[in-house]
Ligand binder design. Sequence first.
Ligand SMILES: Cc1ncc(COP(=O)(O)O)c(C=O)c1O
Length: 395
Amino acid sequence: MRLAKRIKNLRPYLFAEITEKIAEKRSKGKDLVSFAIGDPDIATPPHIVERLCQAARDPINHHYPETGGLPQLRQAIAEWYKKRFGVSLDAEKEVLPLIGAKEGVAHIALCFIDPGDIALVPDPAYPVYSKGTEFAGGEPYYMPLTEENNFLPALDTIPPQVLKQAKLLWINYPNNPTGAVADIDFFNRVVEFANQHDLAVCHDGPYTEVTYDGYQPVSFMQAGGAKEIGVEFHSLSKSYNMTGWRIGMVVGNATMIDALKKVKSNLDSGAPQAIQYAAIEALTGPQDCIQEHNAIYQRRRDLMIDTLNNIGLKARAPRAGLYVWAKVPQGYTSMDFANDLLERVGVVVTPGIGYGKNGEGYVRLSVTVPDAALVKGLSRLSGWRDRKNRFKLKK
Ligand SMILES: Cc1ncc(COP(=O)(O)O)c(C=O)c1O
């Protein structure tokens, strides 16, 4: 048996590796609190689960779905965008349901990237942007996201020869892992830049509904001309605690949507219909759950920030998303620090280096940890002492 080079050179997916490490430690009796994964701990709201159960009992939903999804779901997505962002979409041509945003994010590279082509990818970032590019035979060009730039890419610093080969530009706000947000001026600038350099834009926005302190994110689709050059990926995973059901969507440019639909119709058979009905219920039913979940996350975020600052770690309170992006103490790499927390206080965080070179120096903590475990984890973090710098600190 001879595996493909792409598999031989492929590292396991960051979170698969972390989950395995946690399982191994737990199987040896280690009591861990994990802040590593952004998977909402709160159950899917009951009215959504109820609709799913109903739809699952109906034999009409026991068949292959259409790649393009149920027309009623496409319509519900278009109406949700209108209501949420004032964006008008043609439900036939500008909306496509996905088997979770991850699936579409990975597959869209196949629509644009030929061997030798470049995709502009933020660093640090959700790893699927670069992996999708590599699977398609292309190369990511990493755009550093730094604190000095408010974790926005400095588009003007991308070399002209890179721009010549680049076909896709990835952006993601509210951002995972940095917690940064972007305003409409930034999105307008992205549209202008994409037009100048003939780039297709993929904005990944699954966290627009997870917000704090009254913050209202904008959709990339609100930028003037966005629909002419780009799409936005979205998901029901984070907004409605539906990570386990695997349902998301992509909206925007009809040519890009059509190309992705062509790829998907050759590779998958669409999202199960019962889950599509649950998604319709989520998007069109009562929305109180969103505020309720956000209030819980905000309280946790505040506790987390206090604890981190108390032990000398700098972390800004994010205005959106599920993550706190904290600076590691001086003298530690992100991996050193994550290992130190794991071994000495039984707390799991994600090392920033897992999201790219520019993630070095940070760790990511998710607020999707049930209250009791969160309190236990934070109390363990409070007890953490910096052994490397202890002599320096005493001076
Ligand atoms: C930035 C970003 N995009 C996409 C996804 C995937 O979402 P889904 O569950 O819809 O596949 C995630 C999940 O963590 C994410 O953080």
